[in-house]
Design a binder for this molecule. Structure first.
Ligand code: NAD
Length: 480
């Protein structure tokens, strides 16, 4: 079988670059694609095209109904191409196919949601404050948006920025991670099929080092009005510094070290099953992972027993096999990094589940450390792998203080049958989202996602996700 070749996507067509890079499957090492290794010049061309498409239209000034129709068509095309999109994610990232298919479905729903918002979006008017005047508050597209994204949600991570940007009337340059660029390039072709005008969506791919150069170029460009970034806190801070050049708007979705808090009156078995999912989903490579488990001492032993049962039910294997629940980690470097944290855990805490570092390939089994000190490296640093730190507590106040003793503030969970306890804890933890008797989702789509503290700034999804790509303009009219 010939290896798929991917090029840049600029001005409605594929564009070759001088250099190329390869991606090998993290599962079995086979070559799964070659890609254009774009440089700063390519980024410049992509930005120039997006700028032209914004400044001369027709997208930003097109009727809402037209933008709605293209977004709906995009959603349908995503669904119709689920197999191809999911397979690309699996091959490049090692994500299990059931998760990849779920990600395509979530991305299609995201297009649907913003298609709906396009038709219902409204500004407002003030007629009461001065009888002789009228005030208008208008929402306008922010301009050219650059989307710099990570590899762990290689489709949804792009679409949750792209759909609101397009709904607002922005034009876009996307720079996906070199670890999983294929889904963004397939998306570009589907958007063209959906009727997107030339230049509205551009894609620049590049290998690791150049990826940072291209990302910095986009962040610093005076022709870009907004950066929406997903990645590590260190890269996000570098983006923020570069973006200061033209005071562009910046949204950063960064790392996390979220606390999942279990009280003695919790439904133990469901809480334990969910706690395993909270740190093993996508092999722990998720920003919102519940990677700290704050466990009340009264249920400590019972809960650890239940955790062991559910950890044993995880199926590590070929990510193309629908039975697989955990695929390999994304790369050799990431694998080594996670194993080094397991070594740190062995030195700092008590290993109670997993921890076998001799497993083949890039797999890491669910690994749980108990009696972890919240100030230790294991409890403070983002591992980005299936490693859980259990931190026992005795009082509600102590649990809230432990949860908040973190540089991050992205997500969190609380398990209790007491509504009062649940709400006090949900309000007390300084984090962008909290789950009660659930983790990662209680089945409510389109709620805003984003972090406090070092977890970032700005929000994605929901109404606020659209507002992130809009400027407010006020108009004061003196009536004659
Ligand atoms: P990363 O920071 O290495 O890379 C992210 C993107 O930024 C890539 O496209 C990369 O090429 C680019 N980049 C790297 N250095 C840059 C620089 N100096 N300037 C501009 N661009 C640069 O992150 P990653 O390893 O791809 O992703 C993992 C990280 O992403 C984790 O920390 C995770 O928590 C975070 N993440 C956060 C969310 C969220 O919603 N909060 C979601 C997914 C991932």
């Amino acid at each position: 079988m010939t290896t798929p070749q991917f090029d840049l996507w600029i001005d409605g067509a594929t564009r070759a670059s001088e250099a190329r890079f390869e991606r090998h499957s993290p599962f079995d090492g086979t070559l799964v694609g070659t890609y254009a290794d774009g440089d700063a010049g390519d980024a410049e061309r992509a930005v120039a095209g997006a700028r032209r498409a914004f400044d001369t239209g027709p997208w930003p000034t097109s009727p809402a109904r037209r933008r709605h129709d293209v977004l709906v068509a995009a959603s349908r095309l995503l669904t119709a191409n689920t197999d191809a999109l999911a397979e690309r994610m699996v091959l490049e990232s090692g994500k299990p196919v059931t998760l990849a298919r779920g990600e395509v479905a979530a991305a299609a729903r995201c297009f649907d949601y913003y298609a709906g918002l396009v038709l219902s979006a409204e500004g407002s008017a003030i007629s009461e404050r001065n009888p002789g005047a009228l005030g208008l508050i208008l929402r306008e597209p922010i301009g050219v948006a650059a989307l710099i994204t990570a590899w762990n949600f290689p489709l949804l991570g792009v679409v949750c920025k792209l759909a609101p940007a397009l709904a607002a009337g922005c034009t876009v340059v996307a720079k996906p991670s070199h670890m999983c660029p294929g889904p963004t390039l397939l998306l570009a072709q589907l958007l063209a099929e959906a009727g997107m005008p030339v230049g509205v969506f551009q894609v620049v791919t590049s290998q690791q080092e150049r990826g940072a150069v291209v990302g910095q170029h986009l962040a610093a460009s005076r022709a870009v009005d907004k950066i929406a970034f997903t990645g590590s806190t260190a890269s996000g801070q570098a983006v923020m510094r570069a973006a200061a050049s033209n005071t562009k708007r910046v949204a950063l979705e960064l790392g996390g070290k979220s606390a999942n808090i279990v009280f003695p009156d919790a439904a133990i078995d469901i809480a334990a099953r969910t706690a395993i999912g909270a740190f093993t989903f996508n092999s722990g490579q998720q920003c919102s992972a519940g990677s700290r488990l704050l466990l009340h001492r009264d249920v400590h032993d019972e809960f650890l027993d239940a955790l062991a049962v559910h950890a044993a039910a995880q199926v590590l294997g070929d990510p193309l096999d629908p039975a697989t629940t955990m695929g390999p980690l994304i790369s050799r470097e990431q694998h080594e990094r996670v194993l080094s944290y397991i070594d740190v855990g062995r030195a700092e805490a008590k290993l109670v589940i997993g921890g076998d570092t001799s497993r083949g390939g890039l797999f890491v089994e669910p690994t749980v450390f108990d009696e972890v000190d919240n100030s230790s490296r294991l409890a403070q640093e983002e591992v980005f792998g299936p490693v859980l730190s259990v931190i026992p507590f005795e009082t509600e106040q102590e649990a809230i203080a432990l949860a908040n003793d973190s540089a991050y503030g992205l997500a969190g969970g609380v398990w209790t049958r007491s509504l009062d306890t649940a709400l006090r804890v949900a309000k007390g933890v300084r984090t962008g989202k909290m789950f009660v008797n659930s983790y990662n989702t209680a089945g409510i789509d389109d709620m805003p996602h984003g972090g406090y503290k070092d977890s970032g700034t700005g929000r994605e999804f929901g109404h606020v996700g659209l507002e992130e790509f809009q400027e407010l303009k006020t108009v004061q009219i003196l009536l004659g």
